[in-house]
Design a binder for this molecule. Structure first.
Ligand SMILES: [Zn+2]
Length: 401
């Protein structure tokens, strides 16, 4: 792979051994659509390691053996690419970037992201906004990135909105981030200007420790995407921007509660359809409604009926993505046995007691927050959420066993 940056425009050329269908770090197959993309507002003078890591978040799935950058990178970043992916990177010759002092939040407006923002109230936001690609038709006009960007502006936080068409480098399964970390490409390029030493993501307990989608039903202390000692964690750290997961120790029930109790609650939006509010009919709205109803201890309020395609998976047996939250909802939502989740009830013995670990914070998640920001997160999580007991910790560490 050969990559060239011209301002904020990235062009990449595949080497003979590269393939147009690759795999992202979550093992999902992704097919290349086009070999260029742009990031709006990128400075022309960022550290070469920042350009390199930003490019890697986009081209990693299609790179097999080596990557050649258009400017020399540090030996540290080259080593992180080799140790993490077995990729030879060069040329090598830059001094490493010094870790910055500030933490920014990669802000999506969803409940997890808002909860991370509540934990670090003075951290600025960097918001990624999808814009059309000049050469790839947009078949997904219902995705309202403009609405999310406006909501982010209304939070009153220091905000930098990064515009990018990088999601259109992906042909299949649909436009999206080639790697989950591509959402950070703009923030990486801005890291010198913003003096960033850390970037906070809204990945919660399920994504960090319970395997997310990839290792469904498995405890994942060595998660390659989000563990500090994983391939991505080491690469970001080598460029002086640590991956920080403020809500990595708490479930989506907790992030929902924190978000709905936060001063940003009016700006929370997890649905990318609809302009005036969540659409209420998509699969994500249905899943989030189950969690919200559980948190608010009220019956399910949804227009979705069991005959709709988005309801189909709940008529099938598990496993389900986010299964811990399904169990949590089944145990808590009044009248769930008369809802479209009734069939799923047959497969679980979930009770409030058996799911109460999902109301508390997994302490090792606080330990892995880098030192400059750990105390602030620990104080918030201890006072607003509470730590798991040893028995609850065992629930995390035996998940799926
Ligand atoms: Zn929706």
């Amino acid at each position: 792979m050969r990559v060239t940056w011209s301002g904020g425009r990235l062009t990449f050329r595949l080497d003979a051994e590269d393939e147009i269908t690759g795999r992202a770090a979550d093992d999902h197959p992704v097919k290349l659509a086009t070999n260029s993309c742009s990031i709006g507002g990128a400075p022309a003078d960022a550290h070469p390691d920042l350009y390199a890591v930003a490019a890697w978040t986009i081209v990693a799935p299609w790179t097999r053996r080596r990557i050649t950058f258009d400017r020399a990178v540090s030996a540290e970043v080259a080593a992180a690419l080799y140790n993490g992916w077995g990729i030879e990177a060069g040329p090598v010759g830059a001094e490493p970037r010094r870790t910055g002092a500030r933490l920014a939040i990669s802000y999506s407006g969803g409940a997890d992201s808002v909860a991370a923002a509540a934990i670090h109230p003075s951290a600025p936001f960097v918001h990624f906004r999808r814009v059309p690609h000049p050469r790839v038709p947009n078949r997904w006009p219902h995705y309202r990135s403009d609405v999310l960007a406006k909501l982010a502006e209304r939070t009153g936080r220091e905000l930098t909105t990064v515009t990018s068409d990088l999601e259109f480098t992906l042909a299949e399964p649909r436009p999206g981030y080639p790697e989950h970390h591509a959402v950070a490409a703009g923030a990486l390029l801005l890291a010198d200007r913003m003096n960033l030493g850390g970037l906070a993501f809204g990945y919660e307990l399920g994504s960090r420790w319970l395997g997310g989608d990839r290792y469904l039903l498995r405890f994942t202390p060595d998660n390659p995407m989000w563990a500090p000692h994983g391939a991505w964690g080491r690469l970001f750290a080598a460029a002086g921007v640590h991956i920080v997961l403020p809500v990595g120790g708490v479930s989506e029930a907790v992030t929902m509660r924190l978000a709905l109790n936060s001063e940003l609650k009016e700006q929370v939006r997890w649905c990318l359809r609809g302009t005036e509010g969540p659409c209420r009919t998509c699969g994500k709205c249905l899943y989030k409604e189950l969690i919200q109803a559980a948190v608010e201890r009220r019956p399910l309020d949804t227009p979705v009926t069991a005959d709709r395609p988005v309801a189909r998976k709940w008529l099938q047996p598990p496993p389900y993505g986010g299964q811990e939250m399904i169990e949590y909802g089944l145990a808590r939502v009044p009248g769930i046995e008369r809802s479209l989740f009734a069939k799923a009830l047959d497969h679980f013995e979930a009770t409030e007691e058996s799911t109460s670990w999902l109301d508390h914070c997994y302490p090792p998640a606080i330990e892995e927050i880098p030192e400059p920001w750990r105390a602030e997160a620990a104080a918030f999580l201890t006072s607003q959420v509470g730590l798991m007991t040893e028995a609850e910790v065992r629930r995390v560490e035996t998940w799926g066993a």
